[in-house]
Design a protein around this ligand. Structure first.
Ligand code: NAD
Length: 428
């Protein structure tokens, strides 16, 4: 891209890992369709701010170990930054930079007054005891106390972090401020200001956009044959919502493999089994299939809700779904995307399809700031409005410019941030 050729940032910085370069490549592919100024392109191509901290942890045996921690804030144009905190051996500056960039697009697409952030600690969470995880979380929060804040950067759970992690972060931050600050994190327990319907929000949002997409393709969701990969927070809820809307869930899977019934699975019974046994392993009311076979089943809607890199150059030509919906982040590789586009199979992209989670996180923050809490039905209705509105805007850009839904979602998101950046101008 001509405008970036001379940029010193372009010549390489510490966040130039394959994942960040992928996020950049997607941005550069979308930018020519977004009609935005070179200033916008320069500014949004890189995170605004990145922090590396060394987090000391006293282990249960009395020894002290130091773990690297990161927080990357991609854009503050629309408001405070928002994004998860993950505990994983692969956490790096580049990974956080890429994920923060995608969070900016996701928030902008849903018209949430946020930019994207991501952070985490490079550690093996399975090797840490619950008490060690608590001390690590509290110290990491303290190290970031100048970076995070209800009006600057609001963390949320991500890989290997959960409601309890958010409760420790909220408590640590509140202790340092001298009063309770529930609005510092989202995804926390309801008892300290968490929101009802947050846990179900991502899976419910996936089904809201799937329904909208089916309607655009001239069909309803009722009676549609659906396959769901992943039976966790996102996939499990998506399967229930599909079932409740009258769709026929013919197959589901988790890390232990899949189960298939041509006539439709009993989703509540699957949940009962998963709750009792911890996974779908041993479920015998249907044919056992592998995850590879599941992705190739003939169906109307294939929901990918497990993890990244599931549809690749090796299997995208075998997909027999009429519509793919990305509940997970990055489940379709760039090669698979091209193959599916060539075959005319629409893919509702992650930044749109799984945005229900961050949207209800935004509702949680708004409720915390106002100290006024909404009911479940109100939250569901507000989420449905936001998801349908975003889907319709993406669909309109795709139709107008002849783009895939993924390209159109990025273009729509970039335009949102660009309009704000143009209005504010470049300081000073
Ligand atoms: P989770 O851990 O609750 O569930 C993941 C599920 O996928 C589990 O059932 C697991 O057994 C299964 N799985 C793992 N590897 C698999 C494989 N190879 N084949 C089939 N199944 C496999 O996680 P989650 O919160 O449901 O997140 C799933 C995806 O959705 C992730 O990509 C995550 O980043 C994304 N996401 C989650 C949220 C949220 O609010 N939880 C929001 C946005 C995006």
């Amino acid at each position: 891209m001509a405008s970036l050729e001379a940029s010193p940032l372009e010549r390489g910085l510490e966040w130039d890992t394959p994942l960040f370069l992928m996020a950049r490549a997607q941005f550069e592919q979308a930018v020519p369709h977004a009609d935005v100024s070179p200033m916008v392109v320069e500014r949004l191509g890189f995170p605004e701010r990145a922090v590396i901290v060394a987090v000391p942890l006293r282990r249960d045996d009395g020894s002290v170990e130091i773990f690297p921690g990161y927080r990357v804030q991609h854009s503050t144009v629309l408001g405070p930054t928002k994004g998860g905190v993950r505990y994983d051996p692969e956490v790096s500056l580049g990974e956080c930079a890429a994920l923060a960039t995608w969070m900016t697009w996701k928030c902008a697409l849903l018209r949430l007054p946020y930019g994207g952030a991501k952070g985490g600690v490079r550690c093996d969470p399975r090797a840490l005891s619950p008490r060690e995880l608590e001390r690590l979380t509290r110290r990491f929060t303290s190290e970031l106390v100048r970076e995070i804040g209800p009006q600057t950067d609001i963390p949320a759970p991500d890989m290997a972090t959960n409601e309890q992690t958010m409760a420790w972060m909220m408590d640590t931050y509140s202790m340092q401020k001298g009063h309770a600050v529930p609005e510092i994190v989202t995804g926390k327990p309801i008892s300290i200001g968490g929101s009802v319907f947050r846990r179900e929000a991502t899976g419910a949002g996936v089904v809201m956009v799937a329904e909208r997409a089916c309607a655009r393709l001239g069909r309803g969701l009722a009676g549609r044959r659906c396959v769901v990969q992943g039976f966790g927070n996102v996939g499990g809820v998506a399967a229930s919502e599909l079932h409740e809307k009258g769709a026929v869930v013919v197959a589901v899977s988790d890390v232990s493999g899949g189960v298939y019934d041509e006539g439709g699975l009993d989703v509540p019974d699957l949940h009962a089994h998963a709750t009792e046994h911890g996974s779908l392993e041993g479920y015998d009311r249907g044919e056992r299939i592998t995850n590879e076979e599941l992705l190739e089943l003939p169906c109307d809607v294939l929901v990918l809700a497990a993890r990244e890199d599931q549809l690749t150059g090796a299997n995208a030509d075998k997909v027999r779904a009429s519509l793919v919906v990305e509940g997970a982040n990055g489940p379709t590789t760039i090669e698979a995307d091209a193959i599916l586009a060539e075959r005319g199979i629409p893919v509702v992209p992650d930044i749109l399809a799984n945005a229900g989670g961050v949207t209800v996180s935004y509702f949680e923050w708004v409720q915390d700031l106002g100290r006024l809490f909404w009911g479940r039905e109100e939250i569901r209705a507000r989420l449905a409005d936001k998801m349908s509105d975003a889907f319709d805007r993406v669909y309109a850009v795709a139709a107008e410019k002849g783009l895939t839904l993924r390209q159109a979602a990025l273009v729509a998101a970039i335009r949102e941030v660009a309009a704000a950046l143009e209005a504010r101008g470049l300081y000073p």
